[in-house]
Design a binder for this molecule. Structure first.
Ligand code: ATP
Ligand code: CA
Ligand code: CA
Length: 158
């Protein structure tokens, strides 16, 4: 069984409802799921859009990395994600942050997720469920990465 971490985001409609639906579907292929608290965050990048609900989950799976990507993408679709534009509003976003300690650089799949270490909305919920997990790229723990975020970038609310 591989140990995996996913980051969830939503800023269209009822984020809690989309998260519940997504986790229900994820549980068909993930066991021993741990859910982080759900946070509210301001949009970054394209900032002129609604606030986000963000969380992270841990699970164990027999799916390989590519199978996991296909599975999470099929769940985004089932839950009702409409593709608008890059970094635009979304009903549900499921990103793969870690897959065991693998480093993967494929055309459609980069693990660890290429931008996670600069994102408070990913690191804080990950910190809540797995502070000691080691990022295979930087060799730092999730706690270290979270502590290293500039204080002025921290604005997450429960
Ligand atoms: P960001 O990746 O900056 O969080 P996003 O989540 O809005 O942006 P999407 O439009 O959801 O981006 O996904 C774009 C593509 O990213 C997907 O089609 C997928 O193939 C690719 N991708 C690469 N690595 C990952 C990963 N670790 N988890 C999920 N998708 C990934
Ligand atoms: Ca994302
Ligand atoms: Ca995504």
């Amino acid at each position: 069984m591989a140990e995996i971490f996913l980051a969830l985001g939503s800023n269209v409609g009822d984020g809690d409802k989309y998260f519940d639906q997504a986790i229900n579907l994820l549980s068909e292929k993930l066991s021993n799921i741990l859910q982080a608290p759900r946070y509210k965050s301001k949009a970054v990048g394209f900032t002129d859009q609604a606030d986000f609900t963000n969380s992270a989950i841990y699970g164990e799976t027999k799916l390989g990395p590519q199978e996991l990507l296909k599975f999470t993408q099929s769940i985004e679709e089932k839950v009702g994600r409409i593709r608008r534009f890059r970094w635009g509003p979304r009903e549900i976003d499921i990103d793969i942050i870690f897959y065991d300690n693998l480093i993967i650089n494929e055309e459609d799949l980069t693990i660890p997720h290429p931008r996670f270490a600069e994102r408070e909305f990913v690191l804080k919920p990950m910190f809540d469920i797995a502070p000691d997990f080691i990022d295979p790229t930087s060799k730092m723990t999730v706690k270290n990465l979270y502590d290293n975020l500039p204080e002025e970038d921290k604005s997450l609310k429960l």
